[in-house]
Each structure stands twice: as structure tokens, then as C-alpha cells.
Design a protein around this ligand. Structure first.
Ligand code: ADP
Ligand code: MG
Length: 364
């Protein structure tokens, strides 16, 4: 049986959490800091890949800090040059982070393995009726005071919401954007052929660029498909049906998209009669799921069945902005035929697969 590992890299795998030793404040990691963190991640991945060359590998990654930085630049330079919509920012991060993660090839080559990575600019279809469009919840971009947020909202029309209290007990506000659910991955066949050629695709970066299918509008003998920027496609009504997609402003959760990517590849292999086992490995800054997280009686959870993880999820212990979507992604993966998933830290990868670290999720 062919085995494919999908490593979903979290914020910590590319953006280290840095603190200024003098002020104790959090520091936005600069490019060299991100590059070095990505290098450390790639070294760990390369060690694993070289030790287990019989498997296929696929990467995905988050982009929260990077999309925030791009938006910040876009805002500050707004008097000089056009601003950027979020879907385009997402596409930019896929390119830059894919380039950064392409150093995995260096880490592999110095270990004697000549494999290439290829970041695939991935568009992910979302439903234009997804309730998330009416209720934006995903925080992006820089923190603001309540007054700044009101000004920002008035001048630019961006929706802002209360985020949390800072260390001094003052309210932090941030821009929120919709986070619709991923439905289908447009470039799935390209990802698959990259895998089949023996290379390592990097896909659904930042959850993928959200696009919706455009509904045709009939006018006489023509069907029109209105998209952004006053672009309209058209075709004769009696020509074969066509699908037209158009980007929308939002950020899809990268763990949900990674889960969809894993199950889509499994289903496609199954339809061709191939035996492919996919394992979804969600890498983050904690070494697995904890019970009573950050309480004096915190406990590691090493292994959970699908029924057990669903029960824990229903008890409401996983916060929606962090562990919640990872658990949702794992459940969706196991319910769609996946057999094994993990939430762990890259430092303990081998121990996780040996059942000595991280959390392992089993379909039964
Ligand atoms: P990433 O950026 O890697 O995608 P997130 O920051 O979104 O990850 O989510 C991981 C975070 O979830 C951890 O840093 C931890 O603070 C938080 N978390 C919340 N509840 C739990 C829990 N029960 N067990 C482990 N971590 C938890
Ligand atoms: Mg994070």
C-alpha cells in the first residue's frame, strides 16, 4: 500500500514567537527570523523524509502572520500605490512561503536525496451562501484601539471587532474577514500529478484562495458570468455548460483545507482502484491535545478514537480561534475515510508516530 503523509505546518513552523528581552513585548518576526524558522522546520522534515523514503509527502501551511504583514504594507503605502484585496494577499503569501519552504530541497539534497518541492497556487471553492460571509470572524492584520478601529471602519469600510485585552487591560480591535468552509480544491489534479512524479507539492497554503462559482445570467442567446473588476465572460446559451470562478475576500482555515485535500486525494485514488493511505499530520506549537489546558491539572492526550474526539469536541473544550478548527479538521478527515491523524510538534515527530508524544487520532 502506498502511504502519503500530509504535513500541515502551523504559524510556529515559519513565524517564531519572539519577545523583546527589554520590553517583554511580542516582536513581529522579520524575514531572516522567518527564514531561519522555516529552515529549522525543513531540516526536521528532511530528517524524517530521508529516514522513510518509501512514502510520498505533501505540505500545506498557514499564512496568518504573513497576510497581516502584507495588508499592513498595503495600508501604509495606500497613498502611493493601489491597495490589495485579501484574495490577492493570500495568493502572494502562497508564492513567498512556497519559495521559503522550497529550501526543503536543500535540506534533502545535502542528505543525498534529490527531490523538489513545488508550491501550487491553490484556489479553493467556497459556497457563496456560506453563513461566514454574513458573520466575519477571522481576525487578520494589525491590532488597533477601539477609536482607531472606528476610524478605519468609517474611512475604508472594513469591519473591525473586539479581539482581546492587551497586557495593560486595554481593548485590542482588529479587522475581521469571513472564513468560509472549503468545498473543493480546483487544482487537485495538478497536486496529484506533482505527487505522482515523485516530488513534494506544497498546496492549499493559507487555506487556499477562496473562490466562488459564478452563476450564469441569461440574456437572449447569451449567458453572462460577471466577475470582479468589471470582467464578464460570456458564451452561447446552447454551448456546453461552463464553470467560471471568481475570487472572494476571505481567509479559509488551513487545517480544514488540509483535511479536504487529504480526503480528496484518498477518494480519487480509491476511484482509480489504487490503495492509498493518507495520514494527516497537523504540526503546531503544542505537542498535542491537552485536557484541562493551562490548568494546574493539565493532562496529555496520546490517543483518541473518532467517537472519543467527537465527545470531547461536543463538550466545548476546544477554542474556535485555535485548537477548535484542528479538531474539526481531524474529525472531518476520519469521517471521510481517513484512518490516522496527528496533532503534534515537529520536535517530537518520530516519538509521535511511535505513540510516545503528540496526539494520535484513529478512525476506530
Ligand atoms: P497554528 O498557528 O499552529 O495553526 P493555533 O495557534 O491556531 O495553531 O492553535 C494552537 C494553539 O491551540 C496552541 O498554541 C494552544 O495555545 C491552543 N490550545 C487551545 N486549547 C488547547 C488544548 N486543549 N490542547 C492543546 N492546545 C490548545
Ligand atoms: Mg498560531
Amino acid at each position: 500500500m502506498r502511504k502519503l503523509y500530509l504535513f500541515a505546518l502551523g504559524g510556529n513552523e515559519i513565524s517564531p514567537v519572539l519577545t523583546d528581552p527589554e520590553t517583554g513585548k511580542m516582536v513581529n518576526p522579520d524575514l531572516p527570523a522567518q527564514w531561519r524558522q522555516a529552515w529549522k522546520t525543513c531540516e526536521k522534515l528532511a530528517e524524517f523524509i530521508v529516514a522513510h523514503q518509501e512514502n510520498a509527502y505533501l505540505l500545506s501551511h498557514g499564512n496568518g502572520p504573513q497576510i497581516g504583514n502584507i495588508l499592513l504594507r498595503s495600508e501604509f503605502a495606500g497613498d502611493m500605490i493601489h491597495k490589495l484585496p485579501i484574495d490577492v494577499c493570500g495568493a502572494d503569501t502562497q508564492g513567498a512561503l512556497g519559495y521559503m519552504l522550497a529550501q526543503l530541497s536543500n535540506s534533502l539534497r545535502v542528505r543525498g536525496l534529490d527531490l523538489k518541492t513545488a508550491e501550487i497556487i491553490t484556489q479553493v471553492i467556497v459556497d457563496h451562501e456560506d453563513p461566514a460571509f454574513q458573520d466575519p470572524t477571522k481576525f487578520i492584520g494589525p491590532p488597533m484601539t477601539c477609536e482607531e478601529a472606528a476610524e478605519y471602519q468609517k474611512n475604508l469600510g472594513y469591519l473591525c471587532r473586539y479581539y482581546k485585552l492587551n497586557d495593560q487591560g486595554k481593548e485590542i480591535w482588529r479587522r475581521v474577514v469571513p472564513s468560509p468552509k472549503p468545498r473543493e480544491i480546483i487544482e487537485i489534479d495538478i497536486i496529484e500529478s506533482c505527487l505522482n512524479s515523485g516530488n513534494i507539492p506544497i498546496a492549499v497554503g493559507g487555506g487556499g484562495i477562496p473562490v466562488v462559482e459564478v452563476e450564469a445570467q441569461k440574456e437572449g442567446n447569451l449567458e453572462h458570468y460577471p466577475c470582479s473588476y468589471d470582467i464578464t465572460y460570456q458564451k452561447p446559451v446552447d454551448a456546453p455548460p461552463a464553470k467560471v470562478f471568481c475570487g472572494v475576500e476571505g481567509v479559509i482555515d488551513k487545517d480544514l483545507s488540509s483535511s479536504l485535500l487529504a480526503t480528496s486525494l484518498m477518494e480519487r485514488a480509491q476511484k482509480r482502484g489504487e490503495d492509498l493511505q493518507v495520514e494527516l499530520v497537523i504540526l503546531t506549537d503544542v505537542d498535542g491535545v491537552k485536557l484541562n489546558y493551562q490548568q494546574p491539572d493539565q493532562e496529555d492526550v496520546r490517543s483518541l478514537s473518532l467517537a472519543e474526539v467527537k465527545e470531547l469536541q461536543q463538550s466545548g473544550i476546544f477554542p474556535s480561534g485555535s485548537m477548535g478548527p484542528k479538531i474539526e479538521a481531524v474529525i472531518a478527515f476520519l469521517e471521510s475515510g481517513g484512518q490516522k491523524a496527528y496533532i503534534t510538534n515537529i520536535q517530537v515527530l518520530e516519538q509521535t508516530f511511535a505513540g510516545q508524544a503528540g496526539t494520535q487520532f484513529l478512525s476506530s
